[in-house]
Design a protein around this ligand. Structure first.
Ligand SMILES: [Zn+2]
Length: 131
């Protein structure tokens, strides 16, 4: 799962510590300030400041999904997958009224691999079949 780099962590006493204040010689446990996942320290290098990476085996997937350091695109992809799945399981077409900009609506559907047919202010949702 794609997680963003952490520059702030909790130490074993629950105190905040910056990744740049940690040395590779320290053997202290560092955890994520958001999800409490164990963190792996990286020295940076090539002009990059030190940072920490989630040890994704130390917590559940559900915990990582709620972490503030989860790549926002992962959450967006998850929402799109849930919507595609929900539409795919519809026995009857889902009809609804469009309140707002029709182009914004159709662009959002396309991002979720969905299309709609109907008039400008009412539509029927259906999967495109190309995920
Ligand atoms: Zn986290």
């Amino acid at each position: 799962m794609r997680m963003m780099k952490c520059y702030l962590a909790n130490d074993s006493n629950g105190c905040f510590v910056m990744a740049k204040e940690v040395s590779s010689l320290e053997k202290c446990v560092r955890t994520c300030v958001s999800c409490h996942c164990l963190l792996v320290w990286h020295s940076g290098g090539h002009g990059e400041v030190p940072w920490c990476e989630h040890d994704q085996q130390s917590v559940s997937r559900g915990t990582l999904m709620k972490c503030a350091y989860l790549d926002p695109q992962v959450k967006a992809d998850e929402r799109h997958a849930e919507l595609r799945k929900a539409v795919g399981w519809l026995i009857t077409p889902l009809e609804f009224k469009i309140a707002g900009n029709v182009q914004v609506f159709t662009d959002a559907l396309a991002a979720c691999f969905l299309t709609a047919s109907g008039s400008e202010k009412a539509a029927t949702l259906m999967p495109t079949g190309t995920y």
